[in-house]
Design a protein around this ligand. Structure first.
Ligand code: FAD
Length: 285
């Protein structure tokens, strides 16, 4: 069968740094399975306030050594310029050329915001310190960042990151495709021409998704929430239903010219692979 979606639609897969040996062994297998799809890069999250600094670094270096680019997430809240400079130098020395630049959230109990207030300041700092060494990806919020004053102010703040030198954006996950299309149109109308890559969260169970979505301001549409509530603890039914819903979402996004898909894998390959299999998203030969 002819592949439906190939290059230039770029895939990327997000991991968090494993905390245990068992987690590390699992991630190796997950990475191997997803690497077969020849993604543009794997990204690795950075714990609030730098709590996973070493583990993020080690995971990124290990992935990069296996041949496909790895992009560390780097959040600047509660950090100093010296700290960020050291991290950038360490990554440069390992040949890392992509980075996901974020503000992050101040961990509870931590009072000092450090030397950076917002992600645009981090992007500016990375450009000033390292020139064009890094391809910089930033976060975008089609459904509006939860702390934003309003959608217009949030959009202006997003534009600051692009103006500071970001090369691409990855969105918070969403289940309303229209929110993405509206956001992308707004970018085009405002001269923002970097790729806005939709962030995709597979649905595998309800309570964790609900909790996450409350925290990060992602909307679970009423029809979807009600349906998931009905399925209760029936994991197999939730997974089958979630697969249909997210496949359809991705299909719509790709058919209407999304530049690629970024999967929040939660260090699992199954749900992501099932969606890509449904989409007939095959790797380049
Ligand atoms: P910013 O772009 O700085 O925006 C934060 C808020 O401040 C927004 O409300 C914005 O409107 C406002 N704002 C921005 N700039 C200004 C300005 N100059 N003046 C006034 N207001 C401003 N978190 C982690 O801890 N680790 C991760 O690895 C991680 N990875 C992520 C990956 C992706 C793709 C996404 C979408 C999110 C990720 N997050 C991660 C979550 C992220 O850290 C939070 O959403 C955080 O609250 C905002 O980070 P940001 O970079 O979007 O911040």
């Amino acid at each position: 069968m002819k592949p439906r979606y190939t290059h230039p639609k770029v895939l990327s897969f997000e991991f968090y740094p494993p905390k245990t040996e068992e987690g590390a062994a699992n991630l190796k297998v997950v990475h191997e399975k997803l690497a077969r799809l020849n993604p543009g890069f794997f990204s690795v999250t950075f714990g609030a306030g730098g709590s996973t600094r070493e583990k993020t670094f080690d995971t990124v270096v290990e992935i990069q050594a296996k041949g496909i680019a790895a992009a560390p997430h780097l959040s600047c809240v509660a950090s100093t310029k010296d700290n960020i400079r050291t991290i950038l130098t360490d990554y440069q020395s390992k040949g890392i050329s992509k980075i996901v630049a974020l503000r992050g959230d101040l961990p509870s109990g931590m009072l000092s915001a450090g030397e950076f207030r917002y992600a645009n300041e981090l992007v500016e700092f990375i450009r000033k310190e390292t020139g064009d060494t890094f391809e910089i990806h930033v976060a975008a919020y089609p459904e509006v960042h939860p702390q934003a004053l309003n959608a217009d102010v949030d959009f202006v703040n997003f534009k600051r990151k692009v103006d500071a030198g970001a090369n691409a954006a990855i969105t918070q996950y969403f289940y309303n495709a229209e929110a993405y299309f509206y956001f992308r149109d707004r970018c085009e109308q405002n001269g923002i021409d970097v790729p806005i890559v939709p962030g995709i969260m597979p649905i595998t169970q309800y309570s964790q998704l609900f909790r996450f979505s409350e925290m990060c301001g992602a909307d679970i549409p009423r029809w979807l929430r009600k349906r998931l509530e009905c399925l209760g603890d029936d994991r197999a039914s939730i997974q089958a239903f979630g697969l249909d819903v997210v496949t359809e979402l991705c299909q719509k996004l790709l058919e209407q010219d999304a530049p690629g898909l970024h999967f929040y894998t939660m260090n699992q390959s199954g749900p992501t692979l099932a969606i890509l299999e449904n989409l007939k998203f095959w790797p380049q030969p």
